[in-house]
Structure formats: structure tokens, C-alpha cells
Design a protein around this ligand. Sequence first.
Ligand code: C2E
Ligand code: CA
Ligand code: CA
Length: 490
Amino acid sequence: MSEAFRNQSHQFEWVHKRLDTDQPFYSDIFLSTTSIKGKNVIQASVRDISGRKHNEDQIRQLATQDPLTGLVNRYVLSERIQHAVKVNQRSKKFGALLFIDLDQFKIINDTQGHQAGDALLQQVAERLPSCVRESDTVARFGGDEFAILLEELSTNELTAAAHAEFVGEKIVRALNRPYLINKREQTNTPSIGVALFSPESDADDILQQADIAMYQAKRSGRNTIRFFDPAMQKSIDLRVALEKDLKRALHDNEFELHYQLQVNHKQTPLGAEALLRWKHPTLGYIPPLDYISIAEESGLIVPIGHWVLETACKQLETWGNNPKTDQLVMAINVSAVQFNETSFVGSIFKAIKKYRIKPHLLKLELTESMLVENLETIIIKMTQLKDLGVSFSLDDFGTGYSSLQYLKKLPLDQLKIDQSFVRDLETNEQDRSIVQTIIAMAKGLQMEVIAEGVETQAQHQMLNDYGCLNYQGYLFARPLVISEFDDLIA
Ligand code: C2E
Ligand code: CA
Ligand code: CA
């Protein structure tokens, strides 16, 4: 009031209590001085601003909270990480960031609908806070990714790591418990990456490192925890360098195709699988597994895959001019990214025309993992290609997510038993059963079956006994340059 007398008016916000309900409400108070009959008096006007306050609260919540789960969002998380680093600088303690990604979330979302996906995310969000202290931050990072910030763990790095690991294991256990989705009990698993941060850490690096560690956890078979370590950073740096080199590899003609023989039980050559080789100018030959995933992530696989298609079809054309080779089938590997290009069917059609090849001599190898998304679109494309006369083999069969339901729907010609099952056929009872099951399944679905990675006579004999009559592997031939391959056939 003295303010009001001094300045003739004064405005402020105040929380009042309603007389009727006793509920508090926000008000805006405006005091002004005036004089009535020569006396200075104060006039107050009170305005109810509960509505505006409520809106402001909501806006604040939207900016900081994930609406689906009620957890804080990534922006709050980044702020808290930055703050945590500052606090650690004073306390000299280590903290940890746990990056959690749900395994196979996409499958639930795609096969059971977004509501099921949302239900899973909400249940995960309910379980996470119980694994940590109240002062720790649990955030939804986006999609099926969550993050947990553990602050001020210990001044000792090992102790801090042990604590983070303990929390990580608690989370794994919590998220392994069944979920109730669509009135059914369902299970899901997390992959967790952990980045410890020291008082010297840079806030931006911490998130990236936890993310990298999470990918490492995925690669180690999922449902597990991995810590970021600098050696991993080295391999990331190598990846970045390789991606740069890959960009000019096509232009500089550094790719080659090698051909690996496929035979039947009479050792008759049936054809070859074309395998990509990159001859790096300074590093020499680099195995495809070291760069295919880089090419896929960067999209470079599309032009590279196109080069493979052109080169293989050109080779088929050459083989077509020789009665010794004019029946050979060429199998080429196709990545999901490449297959999903809208121009894919057209590019196969053009290559067939351009090199005047018999379409049934061209076989496309697809992997199970690429059949998870957009099954309907995939079936349409496959059917268009089948109509052209091209055939399909399902590569690495048995290693991915296979449902008999979709196997039945796909116009496949062949299942390719993954080499991991062939490798231990002689010693591993389980692998023997898997191989027998795949062979029976192929028969039931009226598909051919071929085994890859056949290295020993004993493996060959067992496969033969089980009824698998097509083979590929070092026992018959290694992947060869074209001159060697042609010599072999001759
Ligand atoms: P994949 O399609 O499963 O190819 C079979 C791999 O097994 C090849 O490795 C081959 O050299 C190897 N292999 C063949 N026989 C044997 C054997 O008896 N024992 C053992 N231990 N290995 C054997 P490679 O050439 O390193 O290729 C690795 C993967 O790279 C391929 O696996 C395929 O997924 C991918 N890839 C290769 N070429 C291409 C391509 O042109 N395009 C795309 N998208 N991917 C390709
Ligand atoms: Ca293959
Ligand atoms: Ca394979």
C-alpha cells in the first residue's frame, strides 16, 4: 500500500482464497490512489486470472514434458546434463547417462498398431522411475528411446561405473517383466548404453557417447548393457573416415564383384552369388561387413547397389553367349534401402532389357530383417518382379525375425540356410534341429533350399542326408574374380 501511495498506483499478483469453496485462486490486483472528499484513499480492483495461470502452466508443461508418458523431454534432459556437469565440477564426482532403447519396439508398433506401441511406452515410463533415486532424471528422449541421468555418483570412477551398472541391471529386470498390451501378456527387452561423465566432460559428447554405447549393446545381442569406451570412439572415427572414402569409391572404380559358385547334389554348377569387393587405395580389400552398413545408413548403398546390378547383368549377358555358362543363375544381394527405392523395380526391368538377359537367370537375395516393415508394399514389388520372371531367395534364413504368417505370403523361391547354423552342424544338436526344420519348412512351402558356408565334407553329407540339395561354400569354391570363376566352370 505504501507503494501505491508513493507511486499513485501499484499492480501485483496474489493468491486468494474463495469464500464459498475455500479454494485458492490467482488474481491480479491493481491498487490506485484517489481522493474522496479531500481524503486520500486506495481503490483496489481484483481480477481472477486462474484461467491464464492454468494456460501458462500447460504451456510450461508442454515445453518440458512428453505428453504420452508424462516424463520430462529431451530438452529438459540436455539442460540437466549441462547442469550436472557444472555441479560435478564443484563436487569432483562422476555421473552417468543411461540411454535406453526398446528392442523390437517397431515390430509391436507395426504389427499390433500404434495404440499397442503407446501402451508399451507408457508402461515402460511407469517402471523406470522406480529403478532410480528421486533426484535422478528419467526422460523420454523420443520414439522408443528413454534416458536416465544419474548425478553425483562417486568421486571414484570405478565406483560410479559399478553404480551405473547396478541401475542398468535393475532396469533390464524391470523392463523384462511382462507387459499387459491388448489384454495380452507380452514381453519386450531393452538395450542400454551407458556413458560415465567426469567433471571434465563436455555435455554434448555425453549424449552421443551413451547413444554409441546403446548401439554396441544392440550389436552384442540386445537385452543388455554396454559402457562407452574410447576404443569404441576410435571405431566410430574409422566409420566416419570410411564413409568419406566410400563417397568417391564408385567414381574412382574401386569396387569389384567376385563370384561364388553354387552347386547341386551332383556338383553341377547352378550359378553364382555376386559378392561386392572394395579395393581401398591405401587400406587394401575391406570386407563388405565393414562398410555395407555405412553405405546403408548414408544412402550410398543405392548407387553402389545399382553398380552391382549393372555389373552382374553385364556378366550374365557375357555368360549367355557361351553354351557352358548360359544356364548359370546370378544371385545378387539387395539391401532394404535399395529395395525400398521407388525406382527399384524399374531399374531391374531396364537392366534386363539393356543386357538382353533371361529374367529367370537373375535371383535377388533379400534378408529377413528387411521384411519387417511395410510388408504389403514389399509384396507388391516382389510380385511385380516375379511377373518379370525374376526369382527370390531369402538370405541368412533363421537369424532374423521370421513369422510363418508372412513367409507364406511372400512370393519366395528359395530359403538360404544361414552359415551360422551350418558351421556347427557336426557338434551342435540345436543347429541340427534348426537346419532340419528349415528344410522341412521350405518343402512345405514349396520352396527350394540352399545352404551357405559349407566348408567340410561332413557338413555337406549331413545337409544332403537331411534333404538340402543345393550348396555354396569354401568346400566347393571361394568367391573368385571372374577369370578364375570362368576357369573353374570350364
Ligand atoms: P552374405 O550374403 O551372407 O554372403 C555370404 C558371405 O559368406 C560372404 O561374405 C562369403 O564370402 C562368405 N562365405 C562364403 N562361403 C563361406 C564359407 O564356406 N565359410 C565362411 N566362413 N564364409 C563363407 P562377404 O563376401 O564378406 O559378404 C558379407 C556380406 O556382405 C554378405 O553376406 C552380404 O550380406 C553383404 N554383401 C556382399 N555383397 C553385397 C552386395 O553386392 N550388396 C549388398 N547389399 N550386400 C552385399
Ligand atoms: Ca547373400
Ligand atoms: Ca547369407
